[in-house]
Design a binder for this molecule. Sequence first.
Ligand code: GDP
Length: 300
Amino acid sequence: LVRLRARLARSQNSLGKGLLTLLSRDNLDEDTWEEIEDTLLTADVGVAPTQELVERLRERVRVLGTRTPEGLRTLLREELLTLLGTDFDRAVKTESGLDTPGVVMVVGVNGTGKTTTTGKLARVLVADGRSVVLGAADTFRAAAADQLQTWGERVGARTVRGPEGGDPASIAFDAVKEGIAEGADVVLIDTAGRLHTKTGLMDELGKVKRVVEKHGPLDEVLLVLDATTGQNGLVQARVFAEVVDITGIVLTKLDGTAKGGIVVAVQRELGVPVKLVGLGEGPDDLAPFEPEAFVDALIG
Ligand code: GDP
């Protein structure tokens, strides 16, 4: 975790430092506030949240007359935390509360890191003493099932897969059936994310969801978004949210971008919390999203 924090700090540092440097100027004039806005916009925070933050911060700095670096840091920290939302439930729900396994469906556009995230999540769960079955329902990308199975072997989870180009819904169905038969704790289902047509996607994901629900409730639907894709990621998020009820967001590749503000933007867009962040390609590079740690990494 310490290593992950350090990596997050490295990638996000410039944003926080930039904000603090601007705030610490002797002359907090109109131009400076505009530069603060620009810094937030460049980090993909989004227009409305940026305006809200700057307005609140500006008002508080004015009313309180805060000018010391420590005071400004505290105000910035509080306002960033407010923006991130402190009362979301960010735990990934992996328990059904019944005799049956918890079922988690992982969705997102190809290339965002779905399969990798599914593998990393399996690793976290197995390390926590839970037995996991993986469902390789991404039959669109040829190598996806192999990739998932490799993850499964690496972390100690069985992978249920079907023929290449097979029916994703039937694989998802089989995976949950297998999970129930084995008495597994959690079933993680990796899905295909071709966005060529919305109806195609809708049909496929909708079907996967329906067949899974024949066995019992779907406990979590995680949408994986690549943090480096900025506003594009938001457009994708919107499409997926229309197709399935997203219950949590995984923001991947935060190690490769200083645009951590996308966390704020995507939560706003979907009204659901970022629950996990990807900070690298390795098996240990998945972390729970903790607003406090994130803001601390941001402003050092
Ligand atoms: P999928 O098509 O959505 O299943 O995407 P993959 O899981 O195959 O991931 C696509 C690429 O992104 C792979 O090269 C992964 O190693 C890489 N990747 C996934 N998550 C992260 C992350 O958090 N950080 C970095 N740097 N790379 C990642």
